[in-house]
Design a protein around this ligand. Structure first.
Ligand SMILES: Cc1ncc(COP(=O)(O)O)c(C=O)c1O
Length: 421
């Protein structure tokens, strides 16, 4: 299947008159249509709620759009909690799924009444000491071993730092019950970027069985099961996109198989999707500013790994469209690079693309999740702006580009570089 960007050359030429490259662009129409589909896919579960994984795209303007669809926030840190709270998300609209959590973050989460998802059994005592235990709490489960589905090994929970073992889940629920917790949730995240409709149903089956046993053995009320994130997107043109309706129906079948006969038909299904909610609806637009011909052919861009780290960090594939050359033959092999003094600062290696000329605009697809957010500041490079392509075709800046002042701001206590601050 061909990957078409949601923006064309004419639009980008217009945008750069006001906002120079590089910039992130988000597609409001795509974000809204997808949010609606997610709601519809799980409408069979009356208390279904998606808690958008804020870490994927921590932009308040996007969180506000999601809020219109009843979507809450899954936060993993103090600043994410602060952003959600400031936007008017109420306690029950905020899930706090963190790990190695500092006391101050638990304290703040309790203050704003966020639902806490405990990563470890030792966090019960930690939370009780630093704040207090709430009436509703969730625990994160890690079954260990390898996680397999019909198409092979998906991931390796046995090697992952998250969650509690099965035995610990039973102990944790017993302790929490004794300490007065009234309603419980179960959370698990077993595989990332699953491009198959089977992942959530399979995970749901595992968690529903566990919930049934926990209810029977510990005698607790299981209020919700949180399937967390992990629903993937097709980064490469040959992958088949997930069908969220099929996924919703798959989870429903497991619900009816396991929970309904156990008298647990009141359990709410929660999700914490990030990538699936924003990934395809964001792109990074950058300009080719150099070409270099040595042992290989290089195109140097004005964006770098500071703006998009996934290729450098995971060797992740992001499809590239050279705007205006959509139909040109891909008969040139390039490494497409950024400007960092790091040889892994490459958006693509040995990629067949149309002939690129200096000044061409490149769209890096599917960067709407875990893209801008992962940025760092190596080489003193600055983060780009984030723009929203509105449904009416207009552009709204939803984050300005950093300036050198932002980079130097943490020296504002000092007078040795006063002139830069
Ligand atoms: C606790 C938790 N929830 C949700 C997500 C979102 O995952 P994804 O973007 O794969 O949907 C993550 C991703 O790291 C996570 O750690």
């Amino acid at each position: 299947m061909e990957k078409k960007p949601f923006v064309n050359l004419e639009q980008v030429k217009e945008i750069v008159k006001t906002y120079p490259t590089p910039f992130y662009l988000y597609d409001e129409k795509g974000l809204r249509e997808n949010a609606k589909k997610v709601k519809e896919a799980f409408a069979w579960n009356p208390n279904f709620k998606e808690y958008f994984a804020v870490k994927a795209t921590p932009n308040p303007y996007l969180l506000k759009i999601f809020k219109e669809y009843g979507i809450g926030c899954d936060c993993s840190s103090m600043t994410e909690l602060m952003m959600a709270h400031s936007l008017g998300f109420s306690g029950e609209d905020i899930m706090f799924s963190s790990n190695a959590t500092p006391a101050s973050e638990f304290q703040y989460a309790r203050e704003i009444n966020a639902t806490i998802n405990l990563d470890d059994i030792t966090h019960i005592e930690f939370l009780e000491k630093c704040a207090s235990l709430p009436e509703v709490i969730s625990c994160r489960f890690n079954p260990g071993g390898v996680f397999k589905m019909s198409n092979g090994i998906m991931d390796n929970p046995g090697d992952s730092k998250y969650g509690m073992t099965r035995e610990q889940m039973f102990s944790a629920f017993k302790i929490l019950k004794e300490k007065g917790v009234k309603h419980f949730g179960i959370h698990s995240f077993l595989a990332s970027n699953t491009v198959t409709n089977e992942y959530y149903p399979k995970l749901a089956g595992i968690l529903f069985e566990l919930a049934k046993e926990l209810k029977k053995e510990v005698g607790v009320h299981i209020a919700f099961i949180n399937l967390s994130g992990g629903v993937g997107i097709p980064y490469t043109p040959d992958e088949e996109p997930n069908d969220i309706y099929a996924i919703g129906q798959g989870v429903k079948a497991e619900y009816e198989r396991v929970l309904v006969p156990a008298g647990m038909g009141d359990v709410a299904i929660y999700t914490e999707m990030g990538r699936f909610m924003t990934g395809p609806y964001g792109c990074l637009v950058t300009q080719a500013i150099h070409e270099k011909h040595i042992h290989k052919e290089y195109i140097g861009c004005d964006a770098c790994a500071v703006n998009l780290m996934r290729p450098a960090m995971y060797g992740a594939y992001h499809h590239i469209t050279v705007l205006g050359k959509e139909d040109a033959p891909c008969n040139h092999k390039y490494d497409v690079t950024g400007s960092l003094c790091e040889n892994n600062d490459k958006f693509a290696i040995d990629r067949m693309l149309p002939k690129i000329d200096i000044g061409d605009y490149l769209v890096l697809h599917d960067t709407g999740a875990h893209g801008f957010a992962m940025g760092y500041s190596y080489n003193g490079k600055l983060k780009s702006s984030e723009l929203l392509l509105k449904e009416d075709g207009s552009i709204q800046m939803i984050r300005r580009a950093e300036t050198p002042k932002d980079y130097f701001a943490t020296f504002d206590f000092s007078d040795i570089i006063k002139d830069l601050i």
